[in-house]
Design a binder for this molecule. Structure first.
Ligand SMILES: [Zn+2]
Length: 274
């Protein structure tokens, strides 16, 4: 670990990783022991997704007055519906309904743009079913990266870990360095899977820290995973990075002074026409 990594961040990162593992094991046990009826939950999830998408689309159209708002609303409504149905099936009705309400509030701009709401949305996404695929994949890569870095203990420059930072607002765990940090297409300076982000470490490119504005952007992806869940896998389709739909949504969590194309989902709208 390099300088600039607070002990609190390391402890926080480890705690979240442990919590995620515990949640996954608990889910696997519940599913395998047959305490939930998978068919009923799947049917409920399908109907809730459909209902959520319709209601979300209408609300999105009303709050944004354009087709993009309607589409975004439909995505959020769909995610809220699945979280409610699957969350109820696995974790019980109070938690399932709570998760659905938290997700659905991302439809309301004044709430979606508040830091308090974003903290609730980000942290609860660790138990939101639609966000699990992202969190599981992210946790897997996080562990692979850290195991390689810890086992080699800095002897390999390629595997070396240079820092760990937690975005406390959203619950995003950011790692600086390691081999996973260099996997992004085009060798982006940073990228995110679920609640886990990786920052490339390369002093010849001036990449030596988890920079604030970029961390806000990556935390925006964490919020996307919370509100859109599986839907945001379309972000993996090849396209110019900055013009991708979910990039603009993620950028709305970062300061507009960065000057990148942005949505109005997690913060104020476009800094420039795009
Ligand atoms: Zn991004």
């Amino acid at each position: 670990m390099g300088t600039g990594t607070a002990v609190l961040d390391i402890v926080g990162g480890i705690l979240v990783a442990i919590a995620a593992v515990v949640a996954l094991v608990a889910f696997a046990v519940v599913a395998l022991t047959g305490t939930i009826d998978v068919g009923t939950v799947a049917l409920a999830a399908g109907l809730s997704a459909l209902g959520g998408a319709i209601v979300g689309g209408v609300v999105g159209r009303l709050t944004h007055a354009d087709w993009e708002g309607a589409l975004r609303g439909a995505f959020i409504g769909l995610t809220a519906g699945v979280n409610g149905a699957v969350g109820t099936g696995i974790l019980g009705a109070p938690i399932g309904i709570g998760l659905a309400v938290i997700t659905a509030l991302a439809l309301v701009p004044v709430i979606a743009q508040s830091d308090v709401y974003q903290a609730v949305l980000g942290w609860t996404s660790y138990v939101s079913p639609m966000s699990w695929p992202g969190h599981v994949a992210g946790l897997f890569m996080f562990l692979l990266n850290d195991v390689a870095g810890l086992v080699t203990a800095g002897r390999s420059e390629d595997l070396k870990l240079h820092g760990l930072r937690v975005d406390w607002k959203t619950g995003t765990i950011a790692t600086l360095g390691g081999w996973v940090a260099r996997l992004a297409p085009g060798r982006l300076p940073a990228y995110t899977i679920g609640g886990f982000s990786w920052f490339d470490y390369d002093d010849t490119r001036g990449r030596t820290s988890v920079e604030d504005g970029l961390l806000d952007h990556e935390a925006g992806h964490m919020l996307n995973n919370a509100a859109f869940g599986l839907v945001q896998v379309i972000n993996a389709l090849p396209d110019d990075h900055d013009s991708k739909y979910f990039e603009k949504l993620a950028e709305s969590n970062a300061p507009s002074s960065r000057g990148y194309a942005r949505s109005d989902q997690w913060g104020m709208g476009a800094a420039r026409p795009d």
